[in-house]
Design a protein around this ligand. Sequence first.
Ligand code: ADP
Ligand code: MG
Length: 242
Amino acid sequence: MNNTPIVTTSALTKVYGSDATQVTALNGVSAAFAAGTFTAIMGPSGSGKSTMMHCLAGLDTPTSGSVLIDGVQLVGMPDKELTKLRRDKIGFIFQAFNLLPTHTAAQNILLPLELSGSKVNPALFRNLVEALGISDRLNHLPSQLSGGQQQRVAVARALISRPAVVFADEPTGALDSRSSAGLLAFLRQAAQGGQTIIMVTHDPRAASYTDRALLLRDGQIVSDIAHPSEDTVMAAMKTLDN
Ligand code: ADP
Ligand code: MG
């Protein structure tokens, strides 16, 4: 692990809508994420977790503030360049999977490589699908898979191109505890291998696999916990309820 931040955001603000229906989803978030670290983003529903992930990954445009990925400013970047940067450096595991319904599991996993014209690393492919327990589901369509299996296909798709930064929005949300533990161990290993993982989770046990937990409330970071244990995170989350 080195200490140079690969993701840096400052004064990140996102306001949705206008006038009466205006919602401030992010209210001046600043944070830096060192390369090779695994971070949990936590906080009550509606606190801005998904918005923060989307803005950091260049999938949504902040109202103000800056986002640097590997030293490059994302905010204001022309679409074409942004698409290329996302393809080269970022993996995103969506809360709603976003698999292509007409593609098999294997085709979905290999899609990012196809789009960038890169070759698959067969050892990595095998390693991923085995670690995620989907090797016997590769020829199935998403509609033939359970929610948990679809989620694991989405995880494999985000990791197959070995992106420097992986954003995961509740990647264990649809998994049973055994598959969860497997996926979390896998993400932790990816971070140890130098990838930077930023994961939204509600689960204190999932947070205990990470190096750091950031707690959001009302669009602001209210707590930054190093080496979070299940108990520390649970206690910190309780104070948010008040
Ligand atoms: P979380 O992921 O922590 O549950 P979100 O980032 O999804 O929170 O949402 C933060 C706030 O922004 C919520 O109040 C939500 O209703 C609002 N919000 C999110 N997306 C939109 C949108 N596209 N349009 C309007 N409001 C939105
Ligand atoms: Mg969310």
